[in-house]
Design a protein around this ligand. Structure first.
Ligand code: ZN
Length: 672
């Protein structure tokens, strides 16, 4: 009945495969001339180093995220004990309350009570710089996890929900959101086989345990470096890799290396088939299949896709095959272009090999569009980008971001900023903690974490959503604020899209708060923000040189946008290497989600915002039809509400493909 830990991290296709499109050169003109531009409050909060925070030391130390118990690592133990105690009381209440809307409320409170500790701990265990906090959080996750397992197999609890779902008349009397949440709770229950007879139930529990173990083994194997004795590698390329005694360690594809042989060696060694890993994957797939069959689905993907935009594996296959079909001609041209480039640079060895495309497409992009990131960085100071987001949210949604001083002990690192998200008439909507800067041992992934979900409390007040955005931006230097590459700027907009989904998903139940929605819908709000970040009318509102205040020239934005279409068809068709593809676990049967979300976002952009990216009416509709519901409404109904039509597979495929069309204005401008 319960899930937690649904963190949204960059889905491979965007984050892992895109990579930087060029070298990151040194910043030109970085002589200390100081900052000559003045920033708005939110801009200043990110561009100007906080000074005089000494006064913090005087105040009383509060807990992490303002949770009083969490001022020390030991506090996790207190919080988790309290949560478990309340859980028992709520279970008792659920089992003794007659079926009705109250049942769903109690279940949601139960879920909230456990998630509030588990979600927070889920972040702290990887995000906190102090090992003692990380370990305490890990322990809290484990103990809540055990409790969740126990609840998922609690027959009495299951029956209290079952009695509600069985009573058709009663169900019909509930509003749509409550009905959906009741069904979602049941859906999570059933994977433990709780509705089956004793023997089958035991098998389901065993399979669940086995799947968990296989999943973590597979993820480990997917990231595990391969070693090779150094004498087996040509001497002149050895220095490209890490060394371990007489071995060379290959920990990735080195896809951007300019030496063909380095890429070839990395590709062949890193992807060398590993029998153990293959066996692990095969066992994982068959266990999933067995479990799905056992709980009543024809395949694992049928179960995984229930409630998504796509709904069935057949629709997904149709979508992917049609897309691949539509892309094949363009992809062939892309490969031809890469081959030509390789021929030009390397006439003796010009056949295009599997380890070549990312590198040569990068070369073509750089040669054709001159998009050296260091030319762009000075215009994308972090403060400027935050101002841009503030302007956009203000115009579209009437929302302002205010930088607040966190209390002492409230944040886990001094450079974390806290934003209050405030609506012009509704007031405070929630908080975003911005953990944006690199530090030792911080995971190298841009992520959105839900710390506390929004929900309507029994006393009528609204529990405010709290999230963390984690990025890996460089620190400011003595001479300049943090400067973002275009890719980092786009990622910042993407992650803020998730955060706004969390802030504006004003659901009654925390079980479906903000981003707690089907996977193929979850990336729609974030990818939509990428479209805004690539539009000159939006970019021109904020991109200005941090020293001179000079705006970013329009031609530079157009060139950047056009460069992204280079070899994009080939990239979209790229297949993953199954033994190294850890997303097979987190996105099991749902990796298509990224493309489907992009297709929907593309349609929303074109139909609702392309004409005027600051249109308030469109912004309000977007909030009302899509963001407000979190996961509390059938995703296709939300899409339909927004687009005022139900998109067909052809519409979705068409939207993705048309994004690759070259813009003739830029083309002519450049060929002049
Ligand atoms: Zn995302």
């Amino acid at each position: 009945m319960l899930r937690y830990g649904r963190t949204l991290c960059g889905l491979g296709a965007g984050a892992a495969l895109r990579g930087p499109t060029g070298r990151r050169g040194l910043l030109d003109g970085g002589r200390a001339r100081g900052v000559s531009t003045s920033w708005s409050p939110v801009g200043a909060a990110f561009n100007v180093k906080p000074q005089g925070r000494r006064w913090d030391l005087l105040g009383e130390r509060q807990g992490l995220f303002g949770v009083p118990e969490l001022s020390t690592p030991e506090g996790f133990h207190v919080a988790q004990k309290e949560a478990l105690r309340k859980t028992e009381w709520l279970v008792e209440r659920a089992c003794t309350t007659p079926p009705g809307p109250q049942t769903v409320l109690i279940f949601d409170e139960l879920s909230d009570c456990l998630c509030r500790v588990a979600d927070l701990a889920d972040f702290v265990k990887i995000g906190h710089p102090e090992p003692a906090f990380r370990e305490a959080a890990e322990e809290a996750c484990r103990s809540i996890g055990t409790m969740v397992e126990k609840l998922n197999t609690n027959v009495e609890l299951y029956q209290s929900l079952w009695k509600l779902l069985e009573d058709k008349k009663l169900m019909e009397s509930l509003d749509a959101e409550t009905r959906r949440v009741a069904e979602l709770f049941m859906f999570d229950f059933e994977i433990s086989g709780i509705h089956l007879d004793e023997e089958k139930r035991r098998r389901a529990v065993d399979l669940n345990v086995k799947i968990l173990d296989l999943s973590s083994a597979f993820i480990m194997g997917a990231n595990f470096p391969n070693k090779i004795q150094k004498h087996l590698l040509p001497e002149h390329i050895r220095h490209h890799f890490a060394r371990d005694g007489s071995y060379v360690v290959i920990d990735g594809l080195h896809a951007e290396a300019s030496d063909d042989l380095v890429r070839e060696a990395a590709y062949k060694i890193f992807l060398y088939p590993n029998a153990g890993q293959l066996k692990c994957l095969e066992e994982l797939l068959s266990s999933r299949d067995l479990l799905a069959n056992l709980v009543g689905y024809p395949t694992f993907s049928h179960r995984a896709l229930q409630g998504t935009i796509a709904q069935t594996p057949e629709t997904v296959m149709q979508f992917l095959e049609k897309l691949s079909d539509k892309l094949s001609e363009r992809a062939a041209k892309d490969f031809e272009m890469m081959r030509d480039m390789k021929m030009k640079l390397n006439p003796q060895n010009s056949e295009l090999m599997p380890w070549d495309p990312p590198y040569y497409s990068g070369v073509i992009r750089a040669e054709r569009y001159n998009i050296e990131p260091s030319l762009y960085c000075p215009f994308f100071s972090l403060g400027a980008c935050m101002e841009g987001l503030n302007i956009l949210f203000n115009k579209l949604l009437g929302i302002t971001l205010y930088a607040e001083h966190p209390a002492k002990g409230e944040v886990w690192c001094d450079d974390v900023r806290k934003l209050a998200v405030v609506h012009e008439s509704e007031g405070l909507l929630g908080y975003i903690y911005c953990d944006f800067f690199q530090r030792a041992n911080k995971p190298h992934q841009d992520c959105h974490f839900t710390i506390q979900g929004g929900r309507l409390k029994e006393d009528g007040s609204y529990q405010l959503p709290v999230v963390v955005l984690m990025l890996n931006l460089p620190h400011s230097s003595r001479d300049s604020p943090t400067l973002l590459t275009p890719g980092m700027m786009e990622n910042l907009f993407h992650e803020m899209g998730h955060a706004m989904h969390s802030m504006l998903g004003r659901t009654r139940y925390q079980h479906v708060t903000g981003t707690r929605c089907p996977t193929d819908f979850a990336e729609v709000p974030s990818i939509l923000m990428e479209y805004f970040s690539n539009d000159y009318r939006v970019v021109s509102q904020f991109a200005r040189h941090y020293q001179t205040g000079q705006p970013l020239p329009k031609a530079m934005v157009s060139r950047l946008c056009e460069s992204k279409k280079v070899c994009a068809a080939a990239e979209m068709q790229l297949q993953a290497w199954q033994l190294r593809f850890s997303h097979l676990v987190g996105y099991g049967a749902k990796y298509y989600s990224y493309l489907m979300s992009r297709a929907v976002a593309s349609m929303v952009w074109k139909e609702c915002f392309l004409q005027d990216p600051f249109n308030r009416a469109a912004g309000e509709r977007y909030r009302r039809e899509m963001l407000a519901h979190g996961g509390g409404k059938e995703p296709m109904l939300m899409v339909q509400g927004m687009l005022q039509k139900c998109p067909s597979i052809d519409d979705l495929v068409g939207a993705l493909v048309s994004d690759l069309n070259l813009d003739f204005e830029t083309f002519f401008m450049d060929s002049k």
